[in-house]
Write a protein that binds this ligand. Sequence first.
Ligand code: NAD
Ligand code: TYD
Length: 352
Amino acid sequence: MILVTGGAGFIGSNFVLDWRAAHPDEAVVNLDALTYAGNRENLEALRADVGHVLVHGDITDRALVDRLLAEHRPRALVHFAAESHVDRSIHGPGAFMKTNIDGTFTLLEAARGYWGALDEPSKAAFRFLHVSTDEVYGSLGPQDAPFAETHPYEPNSPYSASKAASDHLVRAWHHTYGLPVLTTNCSNNYGPFHFPEKLIPLMIVNALAGKALPVYGDGMQVRDWLYVKDHCSAIRAVLAGGRLGETYNIGGWNEKPNIEIVHTVCALLDELRPSAEGSYTRLITHVKDRPGHDRRYAIDARKIERELGWRPAETFETGIRKTVQWYLQNPDWVQRVQSGAYRDWVQQQYAA
Ligand code: NAD
Ligand code: TYD
C-alpha cells in the first residue's frame, strides 16, 4: 500500500481517485488534517472502497505518522499536504511554515526511522515522493528560458519560500541519510475539485453568480497551466521510474497570461451557460495587484519526457472545457465549499 498526505485537497484527491482506478490491488491510507482546503466530499466516490482509508490528522504529529507507518507498512509515501495559496501566505505566513516546513521535516524523520528498519528488499523498494511547485524558482523575464531542474531557487512569496525550504530538507535527507526521495516541481494545476479561491475556479463561480472577476494588476502575469489528471499521471510515472534523489519538473507546455485565461473561461461560459445580460466578460474588473507578484513562470518539462516518457494528455483547450463543464455539473459541491469561512476569506481579500 501507499501512504498519501493531503489526499483530501485538490490535487491529492484527484491523485487518490486516479490511483485507486489505476492500482485497484494497492490500497491508500490518506492522512489529511481537513483544513479549509481539505474536503471529504472530494473522495465520495471511494465511500465503499475498502482500499482507501482517510485518517483525519496532522503531518506535524510525529506519533501519529509513526503509528501509520508501523501499522500499514507502506512501500511509498506521497506527500501533497501543504498550505498552498499564495494570497493566504501573504496575510498569514505562520501556518505555511508549520505545515510546509515542520510538517515535511516530521514526515522525513518518521520515514527515515521506518525505512531504516525495513528488510533489504523493502528498503530498496521504498520511495518518499515530495510534491512541490515551480514557484520555488522565482520569476522569469519575458525572454528567459523556462525553468529547468538546474534553475537556482529564488522564491519570492512566503508560500514559495516555505516550499523551497521543504525541497531543501528532502534533498538533504537523501544526501545525508540516503533516504530514497524523489521531488516533483509542477506548474499551476486546474481541474475538478479545485478550491474556488484560486484563479480558474474563482472566475467560474463568480461569473455564474454574476459577481466581479477580479484580475490582479494588468493581468499580463504568465503561468504554465496543467490539467490536474496529467499531474497525477506524471507523479505515478516518477514514483514508478524516477531516479533516486532527482527532481522532475512537470508542466503543460501551456504558457498563458491571466487575462487570456479569464477570457477563455468567459467564452466557454458564454457558450455553455449564456447569460441574459450578455457576455461574462462584462464582469472583468482589474483590481490592486498582489504584493511581490511573480510575473512569469514557465516549465521546461523535457527531463521527465526524456527519462520517463511522460507528456501531458490534455491541451489547455480540452482541459479547460472539461473543467468548466465539471463546475457546471457540480453546483452542490461549489455551494457546500462556499461556507462561512470561505465568505470571510473573499471578504478579507477582495473587499477593497
Ligand atoms: P490544497 O490546498 O488544495 O490541499 C492541501 C491539502 O493538505 C488539504 O486537503 C489540507 O487539508 C491538507 N493539509 C494542510 N495542512 C495539513 C497538515 N498540517 N497535515 C495534514 N494535512 C494537511 O493544495 P493542492 O493545490 O492540492 O496542492 C497539493 C500539493 O501540490 C501542495 O504541496 C502544493 O504545494 C503542490 N502544488 C500545487 C500546485 C497547484 O497548482 N495547486 C502546483 C504545483 C504544486
Ligand atoms: P493562483 O490561482 O492564486 O495561483 P498562483 O498564485 O499559485 O500562481 O493565481 C494564479 C494567477 O492568477 C496569479 O498570477 C494571480 C492571479 N489571480 C488574479 O489575477 N485574481 C485572483 O482573484 C486570483 C485568486 C489570482
